[in-house]
Design a protein around this ligand. Structure first.
Ligand code: ZN
Ligand code: ZN
Length: 430
């Protein structure tokens, strides 16, 4: 896999010839993206050694040493063993670091349970983690195609959050939990269908493959079929039994895609349509989800930009993103981690849209704590912030460190935000 990646890179260099000069627009976008990516380092260096000492407990040396680079590699679509990936969150982060990734979004299916571990690992390597999730949903074409009443297809919505995660965390968490519960039920139905087809798979085996507490998906069932010797490879499991509408297929109880997008918007996230090329009829999906608040659409893959989806993005005013959808399966078919060449202007557009939304979500989370300074509400602030809180660290420092890792000083000095911070200081002094 690594070999493949290097080969591709070499090929690209040859094709590109001498390094092209950046336009003024690209240069200024790069400066702004760099500022956000390396802000922890900058804010620490700006404030001198005294602050550096204070942060020492929390940030490794690599964070200060990170240099503002000419190219910032974003990897915005990845999976770990917390859903159907093969690597632990820390192994994924380590691999991302080896591949030169500077900003990594962990986007497991219907769970954010891997984020804390990814963060812990990311501090060691000076990588920035965007807490993410890939939400399973369905798009019903009922109103779109009048004569196709039953048509429904799975749609995956990527959601990207700030260091505080989703605002109204409980509501969002409940939303994901019910999707995961639906997956357990669905897996049970698939196994009973396989049993009827005389291709029995044991529930315990499926659970072992999925891993501790992980909601099983079709890929896990396919692996169980392979292990039981009913198929020769994973592809055959899908081609014979598990394809949409196949003999062992079962519909899940996923929410409508519009609802997923609305939920992401409501909780301070950025909603992006994943792999539109997997959809039978993407245009109505894009159109309807834009109305629901969709911010972006995946357009870039390891093999470059896909013109048709890029045109949709232009037509509907959506940001153009993309990631490798890395699962760590291995093999030649998989795009290497960090292999999607996201242009700096796309990263810039993404952050331009996302930052004010994230800033508001953080403020909402802080306001909740101001209203009720409970342990739980403190946890909502620090959940995806810092892991190593020493016993004698006071709440004010914890909150300060969490915010500095995510918000620029400019954002923190915005009048709305300053008000919140003042109220917070008052509370913490009492
Ligand atoms: Zn997906
Ligand atoms: Zn995915």
């Amino acid at each position: 896999m690594m070999g493949d990646g290097n080969k591709n890179k070499r090929k690209k260099k040859k094709r590109g010839g001498a390094k092209r000069r950046m336009t003024a627009e690209q240069t200024s976008a790069l400066k702004s993206v760099n500022e956000w990516v390396f802000m922890a380092e900058q804010s620490i260096n700006n404030e001198g050694d005294e602050l550096k000492e204070k942060y020492d407990d929390f940030l490794p040396e690599s964070m200060y040493r990170a240099r503002v680079s000419e190219k910032v590699v974003f990897e915005l679509h990845t999976h770990s063993i917390c859903s159907d990936g093969f690597l632990t969150p820390s192994a994924l982060v380590e691999k991302a670091h080896q591949n030169g990734v500077k900003v990594l979004a962990l986007t497991d299916h219907d769970t954010m349970s891997g984020i804390p571990e990814a963060l812990e690992a990311a501090y060691r390597f000076g990588i920035k983690i965007i807490p993410g999730v890939e939400i399973s949903s369905v798009f019903s074409t009922r109103q779109v195609v009048q004569n196709d009443l039953e048509s429904e297809e799975p749609v995956h919505i990527l959601a990207y959050y700030s260091s505080c995660g989703p605002a109204r965390f409980e509501e969002f968490d409940q939303f994901l939990t019910s999707i995961r519960d639906g997956r357990f039920l669905r897996a049970k139905t698939m196994l009973s269908k396989l049993n009827n087809l005389k291709k029995p798979v044991k529930w315990e085996n499926l659970m072992k493959i999925a891993g501790n507490g992980v909601a099983p998906g079709r890929l896990h069932v396919a692996r169980a079929l392979l292990e039981a010797g009913h198929v020769e490879d994973l592809k055959q499991a899908f081609d014979r039994y598990l394809y949409d509408g196949g003999p062992a297929y079962s519909k899940g109880s996923e929410p409508p895609a519009e609802e997923a997008v609305e939920m992401v918007c409501k909780t301070g996230g950025i909603a992006v349509l994943a792999h539109p090329w997997a959809l039978k009829n993407p245009l109505p999906v894009v159109k309807r989800l834009k109305e629901a608040g969709l911010h972006g659409i995946e357009v870039y893959r390891s093999d470059g930009k896909l013109a048709v989806y890029s045109d949709y993005a232009d037509a509907y005013g959506l940001i153009k993103l993309g990631g490798s959808d890395y699962h760590g399966r291995g093999g030649r078919a998989e795009s290497p981690l960090g292999s999607v060449n996201l242009p700096v202007l796309s990263a810039y557009d993404f952050l331009k849209i996302a930052r004010p939304i994230w800033c508001n979500a953080i403020r909402e989370t802080l306001e909740q704590y101001i209203k009720d300074p409970s342990e739980l509400n403190l946890k909502h602030i620090t959940r995806f912030g810092i892991k190593r809180v020493t016993a004698n660290t006071c709440e004010k420092n914890i909150i300060n460190i969490c915010l500095r890792l995510w918000l620029t000083s400019e954002e923190m000095q915005h009048s709305d935000f300053r008000d919140t911070m003042l109220k917070l200081t008052e509370i913490l002094l009492h």
